[in-house]
Design a protein around this ligand. Structure first.
Ligand SMILES: [Zn+2]
Length: 430
């Protein structure tokens, strides 16, 4: 073999890999899948905080770049895991064309321009409405339903049910004037979204939905409506390598996956931690043991103080399975149990220490769905960009502290890396 060919083989070849790009959305989710045959699939697109103008522009332009859909001309599929705003309220902001003022982005000049709308062929979703003429009614609050119905040239809508009691897909021919729909059973328990064989190495690859509409169990601490448990779960495979995207899946979804999709989810190369790394609802020990991921991505805002994400016990659980990588920062929230006994808590002691040390602090109130909640304020170190191995934020009223550590384990937070770079992974089958 010639030297030149060796060099060629060392370069990543888009036709031989599945690339997964986690875009930084603040508190939210937006994941781009680039398939070996050039197909482009977006999983979710939403944010309920921390999406600065710069971060918005970066994601908006990235989606239109060569790494995005520039060569493809649009998205082959959009997968909406569930109707929560942090997963779908940026469909319009990211996919519709927009007027951009001249500016610089990461040191590169951006010309004044009107960007193009990104058309979408197929939309896959959970939580269909009973009104068959408005299948995306659950997504109306986010504005996603109107955008999808009328502005993206969508050809088909697919309501996916893959759970303990149902296995099928209802597909609307949305491009037709009378919008007929048909039900198809999914006897294999999965719905293939895209698949093929790589061009030169002839490796089989696929993108498939393996769970959807799972019912919330009574001991599940997640949202009362069960929207999170019903999240669509997407499995990517290339050769023997696998990655799993989980939306806001909870312990209910995880139990379904472990019991019914155990072989599919075992030995992952990459896992998107369910529900932004929530330790209250997700990443149960059984699920972590069943998946044993080599790398974990957490979609989360920088110092996510409204829900305290990700939880330290979840991060610790994955630390035991992931591989070693170069040193980087990882944030994790922990709660001081002494607070619950009503005694002086560690958060209050840390706040006193910061004040004695003259640390400059930002004061922030928790928000849920953009509404302030009545818990006490959070204090965030103003110098947190420059520090590690210390607490960077805390809430004395609730006893929560956010610790920023250094780690050589392959767990990355979009909120720490996504400020400048995207978080990308590749399945290569090697
Ligand atoms: Zn979410």
């Amino acid at each position: 073999m010639s030297e030149m060919m060796d060099v060629t083989e060392d370069k990543p070849d888009p036709a031989e890999e599945i690339r997964i790009t986690f875009l930084f959305m603040g508190q939210g989710d937006c994941v781009l899948i680039s398939c070996p045959d050039g197909k482009r699939i977006l999983v979710d697109c939403g944010s309920t905080g921390g999406l600065s103008d710069t971060a918005w522009l970066r994601a908006h332009m990235m989606l239109r770049s060569d790494d995005g859909v520039a060569k493809r001309g649009g998205l082959d599929a959009l997968i909406l895991t569930h109707p929560d705003l942090d997963h779908c309220n940026q469909i319009a902001g990211m996919l519709l064309g927009a007027k951009i003022e001249a500016t610089t982005l990461d040191g590169v000049k951006v010309e004044a321009q009107t960007t193009a709308t990104i058309p979408v062929n197929d939309v896959y979703f959970s939580f269909g409405s009973k009104d068959v003429n408005s299948p995306l009614a659950a997504y109306a609050k986010s504005g996603a339903s109107d955008t999808i119905y009328n502005r993206l040239g969508v050809k088909r809508l697919h309501l996916v049910l893959l759970n303990a009691t149902a296995s099928g897909v209802r597909t609307w021919n949305w491009g037709a004037t009378d919008k007929p729909y048909a039900d198809t059973p999914l006897n294999t328990g999965v719905l293939e979204v895209a698949w093929g064989t790589t061009a030169s190495k002839k490796r089989a690859w696929s993108v498939k939905i393996i769970a959807g509409g799972v019912a919330k169990a009574t001991d599940d601490q997640s949202d009362a409506g069960g929207r999170n448990a019903g999240s669509l779960v997407t499995l990517l495979q290339l050769g023997t390598e696998k990655a799993l995207l989980c939306g806001d899946a909870t312990v209910s979804t995880e139990r379904f996956l472990v019991a019914n999709r155990g072989a599919l989810i075992s030995g992952l190369v990459t896992l998107q931690a369910p529900h932004h790394g929530s330790s209250r609802t997700s990443s149960s020990p059984d699920f972590v043991n069943a998946t044993r991921p080599k790398s974990v991505a957490v979609s989360v805002d920088l110092i996510e103080y409204s829900h305290h994400l990700p939880g330290k016990d979840v991060i610790d659980r994955y630390m035991a399975t992931v591989q070693d990588v170069t040193r980087h920062r990882v944030d994790a929230w922990q709660r001081d149990p002494r607070f619950q006994k009503g005694t002086t808590n560690q958060a209050l002691a840390q706040l006193d220490q910061w004040r004695r040390d003259g640390v400059k602090l930002e004061r922030k109130q928790s928000k849920v769905d953009d509404e302030p909640v009545s818990e006490g304020p959070h204090y965030i170190r103003a110098d947190q960009e420059d520090v590690t191995d210390v607490f960077v934020a805390l809430s004395p009223a609730e006893g929560y502290l956010c610790y920023r550590g250094n780690s050589t384990k392959d767990i990355h937070l979009t909120g720490l890396t996504g400020q400048v770079d995207y978080l990308t992974y590749a399945l290569t089958g090697e």
